[in-house]
Design a protein around this ligand. Structure first.
Ligand SMILES: [Zn+2]
Length: 262
């Protein structure tokens, strides 16, 4: 059972939403569920965050602006077309839908985007420190490194442009002085990736506070790449940076939009 539906209903076996009413229904249920989870886990405050799902080439379901994502009902979810024009729904779609559309244009494999401000990962984004250290095996196998994109004004065209370089290369992106953008083949995959990033950020912060971070050697990282192949895990993987650290040398001013961040 998944969200009250028998297995196999409302979802193709590969987990990608298809152009059927049942799948649009499932995508909407997943958006409400991910919204509850990001609020309960404190990944957002007040009305922050936004979640979308591409259910067909020209239909993207997206959360509204001005609503706590922990308390949404299906009627609040708007539908926009590929250009971002709202085609269904009474509630005004989030201004950050532009960022989601930029992802869908560049990544045919992505069918869902979750954006939130999880405090520890966002703390790294504010400190100007990416999460691309070669540290935790599970993170390296599933996500690789997590790059830090330059700052762009929320809700503006500047924001997706600032992240453009990373959208094709990574499934999760830290956004300088803002938050985290997570992508997946469906909403729950994007949500779980967000959870993994915040968990990693907490562990790394604990190690930094304890005064030492042991970085895995390139040989160890290569072993994990082999493991990924053996598990048949394909798709986008952003390489971790064997030289990345979290000491004082890694800190500096938050990278500005238009300037190289690494
Ligand atoms: Zn935001």
């Amino acid at each position: 059972m998944r969200n009250g539906l028998p297995e196999g209903e409302g979802e193709e076996s590969d987990g990608v939403y298809r152009e059927t009413n049942m799948n649009a229904f499932q995508a909407k249920q997943d958006i409400l569920e991910a919204g509850r989870r990001i609020w309960i886990r404190g990944f957002v405050a007040a009305n922050d965050g936004n979640i979308s799902a591409r259910v067909s080439d020209d239909e993207i379901l997206c959360t509204p602006t001005g609503v706590s994502k922990g308390f949404m009902d299906p009627a609040m979810i708007a539908t926009v077309d590929g250009e971002g024009r709202q085609i269904r729904g009474e509630w005004k779609v989030s201004s950050e839908a532009k960022m989601h559309l930029a992802v869908y244009r560049k990544r045919p494999d992505v069918h869902a985007v979750v954006h939130a401000h999880p405090p520890t990962a966002t703390g790294f984004a504010v400190a100007g420190i990416s999460l691309d250290q070669c540290v935790l095996p599970e993170v390296l196998v599933t996500l690789g490194g997590i790059p830090l994109a330059p700052y762009g004004l929320p809700g503006s065209e500047e924001l997706p442009t600032a992240m453009e370089t990373y959208i094709e290369k990574a499934n999760v992106i830290l956004m300088a002085n803002h938050g985290v953008l997570s992508m997946g083949k469906n909403v729950m995959e994007a949500y779980y990736r967000l959870e993994t990033v915040e968990h990693f950020a907490k562990i790394l912060l604990a190690a930094v506070q304890l005064g030492n971070v042991n970085i895995l050697s390139p040989e160890r990282v290569n072993e994990l790449k082999d493991l990924r192949e053996r598990f048949n895990l394909t798709g986008v993987l952003y390489a971790c940076n064997p030289k990345a650290n979290v000491g004082p040398a890694a800190t500096g001013p938050a990278p500005e939009f238009g300037k190289e961040s690494r």
